[in-house]
Design a protein around this ligand. Structure first.
Ligand code: GLN
Length: 193
């Protein structure tokens, strides 16, 4: 299984490590050609406005949107979730593929960064989540499953083959969310055969 990691900016190497630990092949994506033959794509955290500028500069926005239309699974973490969202409070959206509305930097200035133990649907033990100037999901469409909340705010959700979280699972040694995503990819591969 080949999983691409958008490698324009942000926490790329950590995702590559996490994918490899989960037994799949990781492919850093910098150019259109790198998207060829991927089973799935990870959109890392970083800064979504900067990532959008780079997506435009390297002409990757439309090709990635096309993959999403073909239902290729995508996992967006933090800024990656913002890229996937159909709606972003107060500004235009980017890829426009996951039926959620996100609000950026929504946990307040005084707590730019924090960690929290999350109860995640489908995981037996809590997940230690690292939040860095994190967004949260303010609204979800009918097709979306909410998988975790923090203080009443949605921070992990799935819309079919699209998974998005507010935090940075790649910054800890806990691979369970990447394994969950790889499980989604396996299921979607089986369906497409
Ligand atoms: N605040 C960033 C943004 O709006 C996201 C932060 C992150 O990815 N850690 O894009």
């Amino acid at each position: 299984m080949k999983i691409g990691v958008l490698a324009l900016q942000g926490a790329v190497r950590e995702h590559v490590t996490s994918i490899e630990k989960s037994g799949a092949q990781a492919v850093p994506v910098k150019r259109i050609e790198d998207l060829e033959g991927l089973d799935a794509l990870v959109l890392p955290g970083g800064e979504s406005t900067t990532m959008r500028k780079l997506l435009d500069r390297y002409e990757l926005l439309e090709p990635i949107r096309k993959l999403a239309e073909e239902d290729v699974p995508m996992f967006g973490t933090c800024a990656g979730l913002i890229l996937l969202a159909r709606t972003i409070s107060g500004q235009d959206s980017h890829l426009n593929v996951m039926d959620v509305t996100v609000e950026r930097n929504s946990f307040g200035r005084q707590v730019d960064s924090f960690e929290a133990n999350l109860a995640v649907r489908g995981l037996d033990e809590p997940f230690r989540a690292v939040f860095i100037r994190a967004p949260h999901i303010v609204k979800v469409g009918a097709s979306v499953d909410v998988l975790a909340e923090h203080n009443g705010r949605i921070v992990l959700a799935r819309d079919g083959n699209f998974l998005g979280c507010s935090f940075h699972p790649e910054l800890t040694d806990d691979n369970r969310l990447m394994e969950y995503f790889i499980g989604l990819v396996e299921k979607s591969n089986v369906q497409s055969v």
